[in-house]
Design a protein around this ligand. Structure first.
Ligand SMILES: NC(=O)C1=CN([C@@H]2O[C@H](COP(=O)(O)OP(=O)(O)OC[C@H]3O[C@@H](n4cnc5c(N)ncnc54)[C@H](OP(=O)(O)O)[C@@H]3O)[C@@H](O)[C@H]2O)[C@@H](O)CC1
Ligand SMILES: Nc1ncnc2c1ncn2[C@@H]1O[C@H](COP(=O)(O)OP(=O)(O)O)[C@@H](O)[C@H]1O
Ligand SMILES: [K+]
Length: 503
């Protein structure tokens, strides 16, 4: 979940690595004459206002500080909280003597105002909110010893945790947990959003996310190339052009979906309906003869063709603007032959599910296709374990694209899209674990194919499709994540795609 608060900025779409954020604040300090201590005071003030907005009844704070500038932010928060009449316990991890520069100045200001500093032995229970100011973007090595104990103790508390800049223990660049990491209720991040908040374990640890640029001038940002783009439906909805008043179904794309081996027709049926609900003019399902007639009855708007052998695809392919292959395809002879037939046609192609596994068996490079693997399929495509994929998803989607060409979409929490161009890859910040349900990926396949069929290029169709899918999933999850099924995502597509979800 991402939210904004009165005193924070809208979440930017630009994401950065820690080193790049360091460059941003160095530029602000050196070239724009904003003193570092001023930035730290602004950071502490924004964090404190966030805390007050979010937990207005909180009277007792426990603030854990480290020995770097993240700790310095903690001291600013502590001083402001005391001035506002709150009860503050400040627990210092590591030797306070090691505080340097702006952090030392902030510590001194807090002490001079009457604040006391305690070593962090045990966490006081009489606390309404814990503030995690242990490590920010400066964390590079594993969290151990008293620092690890403190993080685990924090995670064991009932009261909410506000993380300052980053949840301590989370790596800013990879979203990897370096030993242990704070599970925050909310994180308030400064200057530049760190990409690790959106990839790896970031979504699990950050809680609700707030952001402030600390009033740094916009020109500072123009000097730094972002490393990753955050995409969401709010931003992507403009990419769906309104229909021409004189449109006919032939203008809206004819999608051919291939799959549905015996026992697996549901996957194709879901993809087909999702394609219709994403605005495809015509959708044909090419499926196994065993259930073709039955499938036709379940959704009369879908055309269904019984395909016994690859040759039967010929006339269907001729009429199609885009093909998606894979949902329920299976990996026996029937599926294999259909895949071999379609692979090299040169038509816009979306490759999913079993077709990806068949591709992994005999890898080829395709210039214009869209591949939509989940981490298991990505592992097969790259001949590594799922763990390796999940450890560095950003690298995995880069290698997938490099090896297989086209546009690679790595699904999962924080779906990643890489089209191999100069533009940075994209990460979708919407979606929820309710979407981890059978058929949810089949829905995405139908959607992406429908958008491609309506004239979007591969990267645009993949990006808009992923974001619309996630937004529809979030809409469906308003009735609860548990028990959400793929058809619920389909049901949400029409109101979301047309911007009438409030009705
Ligand atoms: N102008 C600015 O710069 C602004 C910065 N701002 C804030 O500063 C934050 C960045 O500050 P930072 O660069 O000082 O790094 P930080 O996250 O505090 O961590 C470094 C400290 O942690 C320690 N440490 C590291 N790993 C450790 C481990 N495993 N176990 C134990 N200790 C470990 C490390 O110790 P050392 O490696 O020296 O032994 C060092 O003391 C940023 O996230 C934002 O909150 C804002 O105020 C806005 C203006
Ligand atoms: N925790 C999550 N957060 C956001 N999206 C998720 C999450 N879990 C799954 N999804 C999305 O749900 C879909 C699941 O796809 P997939 O695993 O292929 O399902 P299936 O094979 O059953 O159709 C993907 O689009 C994925 O990004
Ligand atoms: K922190």
């Amino acid at each position: 979940m991402t939210r904004s608060m009165p005193d924070t900025d809208r979440l930017p779409h630009a994401l950065y690595r820690a080193e790049q954020v360091r460059n941003l604040d160095r530029t602000a300090i050196e070239d724009f004459d904003i003193p570092g201590i001023e930035l730290m005071n602004r950071a502490g003030a924004v964090a404190f206002r966030c805390l007050r907005d979010r937990w207005p009844a909180a009277r007792r704070l426990t603030i854990l500080t480290g020995t770097g500038n993240n700790g310095g932010d903690g001291y600013v928060i502590a001083r402001l909280a005391r001035a506002a009449g709150l009860t503050v316990r400040l627990l210092q991890l590591g030797d306070a003597e090691r505080l340097r520069g702006d952090a030392a100045v902030s510590c001194m200001a807090y002490r001079n105002a009457g604040g006391t500093v305690e070593p962090c032995s045990a966490l006081p229970r009489e606390t309404d909110v814990y503030v995690d100011a242990i490590f920010g973007r400066g964390l590079e090595r594993a969290v151990e010893a008293q620092w690890a104990d403190a993080v685990m103790a924090l995670n064991g508390q009932r009261a909410p945790i506000l993380a300052v800049d980053m949840p301590s223990g989370l790596h800013s660049d990879t979203g990897r947990v370096l030993g242990v990491a704070v599970k925050a209720s909310a994180t308030v991040s400064f200057i530049g959003l760190k990409q690790g908040l959106f990839i790896g374990a970031g979504p699990e640890h950050r809680g609700d996310l707030y952001f402030s640029a600390l009033e740094i001038p916009a020109t500072v940002y123009s000097r730094e190339i972002l490393s990753l783009r955050r995409v969401d439906w709010d931003q992507q909805r403009a990419s769906l052009a309104p229909r021409s008043r004189v449109a006919h179904k032939g203008d809206c794309g004819h999608v051919l979906l291939i799959g549905g081996a015996p026992g697996m027709s549901g996957a194709l049926r879901l993809a087909g309906e999702a394609a219709l609900r994403t605005g495809a003019g015509l959708v044909t399902l090419a499926t196994h003869p065993q259930h073709a007639a039955w499938l036709n009855l379940t959704r009369p708007e879908l055309m269904v063709a019984a395909v016994e052998c690859p040759e039967a695809l010929g006339p269907l392919v001729e009429r199609a603007d885009v093909i998606a292959i894979g949902p329920g395809l299976g990996r026996d002879d029937w599926g294999r032959q259909l895949w071999a037939q379609v692979r090299d046609l040169g038509l816009p192609l979306v490759v999913d599910a079993d077709a990806l596994s068949l591709l992994a068996e005999m890898p080829v490079y395709g210039p214009d296709w869209i591949l939509t693997p989940h981490p298991g399929e990505a592992a097969r495509l790259l001949q590594v374990g799922v763990r390796e994929i999940e450890q560095d998803r950003l690298e995995a989607v880069r290698v997938l694209q490099e090896r297989y060409g086209g546009t690679a979409v790595l699904k999962g929490a924080g779906t990643l899209i890489n089209d191999g161009s100069q533009r940075p890859p994209a990460v979708c910040s919407d979606g929820n674990p309710g979407m981890a349900t059978a058929g949810s990926g089949d829905v995405l396949t139908g959607m992406v194919a429908a958008l491609r069929g309506q004239g979007m290029d591969a990267d645009a169709a993949a990006t808009a499709g992923v974001c619309l899918h996630a937004a529809a999933g979030d809409f469906a999850a308003r009735q609860g994540e548990r028990g959400l099924i793929a058809s619920d995502i389909i049901a949400a597509l029409r109101p979301i795609a047309n911007g009438i979800e409030g009705m």
